[in-house]
Design a protein around this ligand. Structure first.
Ligand SMILES: [Zn+2]
Length: 148
């Protein structure tokens, strides 16, 4: 199954909804929270969030949980979104940080990543490919890296 076959507009929208829903249900009384969601090649949507820790130097990205779960399940990631709630009902899209881009790179340049869109406050993203987010990916020179 190719990433483009799975990453339909409807499935991408459902992935964003799952991310938003996790924030709204898990953190109902705690406004400034975030979460991530990833769409897998079999259509599964995984969500995750970063646990609270006492020492900020050991915090992890919200994407870490669904990223690790995809590996546990042996599935390819085809899309990833991370949202933060800034105020009640107001979400912003966090494009994947450098570490998360590096992690996602193992799934190839066609992975869709959510970046801030220009409409609304529901965290509706624009979608670009990881190849667009990493136009000069360092490991692309190696033949065994799935990059074009
Ligand atoms: Zn990250």
């Amino acid at each position: 199954m190719t990433p483009t076959a799975t990453a339909t507009p409807d499935r991408l929208a459902e992935t964003v909804s799952a991310c938003r829903e996790l924030i709204e249900t898990r953190f109902a009384g705690d406004v400034e929270r975030g979460a991530a969601a990833m769409l897998l090649d079999d259509g599964t949507i995984l969500t995750g969030t970063a646990p609270d820790v006492a020492n900020p130097s050991v915090e992890i990205c919200h994407e870490t949980e669904p990223f690790a779960a995809a590996f546990r399940l042996g599935r390819a990631i085809v899309a990833s979104v991370c949202l933060a709630r800034e105020a009640p009902g107001r979400f912003v899209v966090l494009s994947p940080c450098g570490v998360c881009r590096e992690r996602l790179a193992g799934h190839g340049p066609d992975v869709r990543v959510a970046v801030p869109g220009d409409t609304g406050t529901r965290g509706d993203p624009a979608w670009i490919t990881l190849g667009e987010a990493l136009p000069h990916y360092w490991a692309a020179v190696f033949d065994d890296i799935p990059w074009r």
